[in-house]
Design a protein around this ligand. Structure first.
Ligand code: ZN
Ligand code: ZN
Length: 278
């Protein structure tokens, strides 16, 4: 599993963000011999595409949490799907104000907002609306659950060859930061890795408690409550530079150790995590 984009909200390239990376949400999960799955198609998608076949032989699946810009802006720059013969299955929640996810995404990606439409890409993009659902992709079993954010938003759990990953990129926590919705506990239950929203510091919460996200400590709380073996802090705030993210990780680890949570790490662009049983 490789992080290609770990930021929330907007790409934020600058010297202060060099180590953790500046691209928005995109996490690829790859199993030898199977077609890959990617969580979200933010701006990191372009970099994943550079490592994939560009001869029309690409077949893959995207599990998109929702259609906010930071989760979809990489799609037009994904070269593997701009080749005849390639296929890309895009799953995501049915948005408000649209009949289905295809309709909504095609409204976003068309002139005058962007010069081409999804149908102008030469491969075959197939859209699937999923909300509270369970389905299979190859050997992987996927559970999607609506989670609190701003507008319909999915969290996903993927169980694949005996390993499990939960991806909850955007999570509106309760103001008191003191409870976890059943939908979140269900998909994160005992996972090998939970990738979770960690947008704010505690001192930012007062002002931003209704902006659709949560604090770093809340991510640790979710991981503990769900019994996740490892937690990856994700959806970093664009204004949190590398040194600050180091510091937030350190304090999250201390908080996790105190609470008896599993291992805590911080998602960093370009990092690959391998899943192997001893
Ligand atoms: Zn987001
Ligand atoms: Zn969002």
């Amino acid at each position: 599993m490789t992080f290609y984009g770990v930021r929330g909200s907007t790409p934020c390239p600058c010297e202060a963000n060099r180590r953790y990376g500046a691209n928005t949400a995109c996490v690829a999960v790859e199993v030898p011999g199977e077609d890959p799955i990617v969580f979200d198609v933010g701006t990191g998608l372009r970099f994943w595409g550079e490592r994939l076949p560009q001869d029309g032989s690409f077949h893959g699946t995207a599990l998109v949490t929702h259609l906010h810009w930071d989760h979809v802006q990489g799609l037009p720059f994904f070269v593997p799907i701009d080749r005849p013969g390639a296929t890309f299955d895009i799953y995501g929640p049915t948005p408000d104000n649209a009949d289905n996810i295809e309709d909504a995404l095609c409204k976003f990606m068309q002139p005058p907002y962007f010069p081409i439409r999804p149908t102008d890409l030469r491969g075959d993009i197939r859209f699937h609306d999923v909300n509270d659902d369970e389905f299979k992709i190859g050997r992987a079993r996927v559970v999607s659950r609506l989670v609190p954010h701003l507008g319909p938003t999915n969290g996903y759990r993927v169980d694949w060859d005996g390993f499990s990953v939960a991806y909850i990129s955007d999570h509106q926590a309760p103001v008191g930061l003191n409870s976890v919705p059943d939908s979140v506990l269900e998909i994160a239950d005992g996972v090998d890795l939970l990738i979770h929203d960690a947008q704010y510091r505690d001192d930012e919460w007062d002002k931003k408690s209704h902006w659709g996200h949560c604090t770093v400590d809340y991510a640790v709380f979710v991981a503990k409550e769900a019994g996740a073996r490892r937690l990856a802090l994700f959806h970093h705030d664009p204004a949190h530079g590398d040194d600050e993210l180091d510091h937030l990780l350190e304090s999250a680890r201390a908080r996790g150790a105190e609470a008896g949570a599993g291992e805590v790490l911080s998602a960093c662009e370009g990092t690959t995590i391998s899943f192997e049983r001893p």
